[in-house]
Every structure is written in structure tokens, then in C-alpha cells.
Unconditional design. Sequence first.
Length: 364
Amino acid sequence: MYKRQNTFGSNFRVSTWGESHGNAIGVMIDGCPPMLPINESDIQKELDRRKPGQSAITTQRKESDSAEILSGVFEGQSLGTPIQIIVWNSDAKSKDYEHMRESFRPSHADYTYQAKYGIRNWKGGGRASARETIGRVAAGAIAKKWLSTRENIEIIGYVKQISSLSAKIDPETVTMTDVESNIVRCPDQDMAIIMEDKIKEARKDGDSLGGIIECVARNVPAGLGEPVFGKLDAELAHAILSIPACKGFEVGSGFEGINMTGSSHNDPFYNEQGRIRTRTNFSGGIQGGISNGENVLIRAAFKPTATIMKDQDTVDVDGNETILKGRGRHDPCVLPRAVPIVESMMALVLIDQALRHRGQIDQY
């Protein structure tokens, strides 16, 4: 089936629009159930976690990222009709990208967009900019609200690793308060300090860093997901890998599982007062593509930010070799701001699957 390039989901459908340096950016949400309490503060809380200029380790672009709900909400409740949300751009400095009009940034989307469409928006990267994710986070805020109030599902993401620095975090007990206690969004407080210094060092050197975000969804009921091509883990992979700069995805034990035997990797079942549980969770809460009632645990690997303040070999639009030095305002590490994006994409998958499941078993 053809996937619409700007739309995600089948029951809870999200279409994002706008460019990084355009007038505005936003999202259209179609399929949100009616009578869900929604106000702009619900959305703003999540956008504030994503917005630029929030700390010394993020891009210094200053945007309020104030969300305006244009349709689909009446007297504080969803109508069941399309919800349109807009965020106006106010601090775009397109002149900082003038030198990129004719040259391609290495490992960015400049060349591939030009190769595909024959035209590209060189101001801020256009649709390839992570600013596109404003729409995802706004929609994710509504998805989180429904999942929390109707299904008691809680989603918490956090920075697990920056470069070679890996934190010790228990996904079973971590809280949002732990995550938001520092600007790195790493619940391991001691490691967060070291990570912050590492990011600042990279920025000073004109370079960038990558890392891993881990995300857990608690209280996910058994039964979400479909065989064969609608598997829950497959749809999560699609969602997470669609995030700019994301290069890897894992669920449960992930790639580390290859170091185990079947007897040690299998999650033994037991009966806990009538509820079927597993004693371990190497499956990451998903078996056969369907949730088993345990916590759903995923990880997303993000590459170092492509735009750096160092001279790099590249070519111009005519194929001539040249040297490009990055300018403008960029994150030396995208991970602190990507945490709410990962949470949002997980929420969009779970609400879509939950609504589909309700329809299948006639419990809407």
C-alpha cells in the first residue's frame, strides 16, 4: 500500500505541513475521538520540551512555538472532526543559509531532495529540518492525553547514551520528574553532568554528537498490533525511523539479544492473580507483533547533527568540488530535544493501534 509521504496513521491520522523558514508550521489531525478534553496548554507543555533555545546545549534560535488550535475543538472538547494546529515561525534567519543555496551539506538532505524533486528549500533545510516535528509533538500531546485518560497508558522517554557515555536507568521505575530534572533529559543525574560537559565541548569544537533515546510505555494492554504487516514493533520502527537524524531502532533486548541463548532470552510466563505476566521482558512487551501486557520498551539511535561549524568537502549544484563551512544556529546534539519527539511517535502508534483494536473487538 502506498504510504502518503506527509501523513501518518490509519485511524488517528496526522498530516504535518510547513517548512523551517516558512511563515508557519503545523499539523492536521483526523480521527481523534470526540469529547476528549483538549486545551492549548496540553499541547504547549510538550512543545516547550521540544522548542529551540531552551538551554545552553541546544540551538539558540529563539521561538516561542506557541500553539493555536484552529478547528476541531469546542468548549474544551474534541468534536471528532479534524483538528488543525498552527505554530508561527518568528526567528528564522535565512541569510545564515545563503552560502548553502549552491552547495550541498554533507550527510544532510540537501542533495537527495535536489536529486528527487529538482528543487529544494535551502533556507533551513525546508521539510528536512527537524522543525517539521512540531506537528508530530502537537499531535502526540493529544494522543498522550487520550491514551492516559482512556487507557491509563504512560509514555516516558529519556536520554540513555551520548556518544560513548551510557547511563544506568531502570525503565520500570523512571519518572518524568527524573527526566526533566536536567537539561540533558537523562535521569542518571551524575552521568547527565558528564554528558552536558561533553556536548558543550563538541559545540566549542564546532562539532556534534549522537546517542540513544530509550522510551517506555507502561500499562499497554495485551492485544495491540496485527499480523503480519501491521505488527506493533514494525509500526513503531516505521514511526521512529521517520524522525530526522534517527538511524537505528531496537525493541526489548534488540541487537544485544544475539549474545543470549534461547533458554536465557525467553520470557517465562506466570499467573499473577488472574493476569498473565512474564518474569523477564527481553521481548520488550511485544511478541509475534502483538503487545503482551508488559511494558513496551524501545530505543532510537540518533546520528551526530549533520550541520557542523567545520570546513567540509562537498560539491555545488553543478558538481564542482568545493569547501563548505556550516553557519547558523544548530544543536550540537539533538537528543535532549528529541525526547518528546520519540514519545510522540510512540503515542501516535499506540493510539492508532488502540483505536483499531477497539474497532476489531467491538468495544469502541
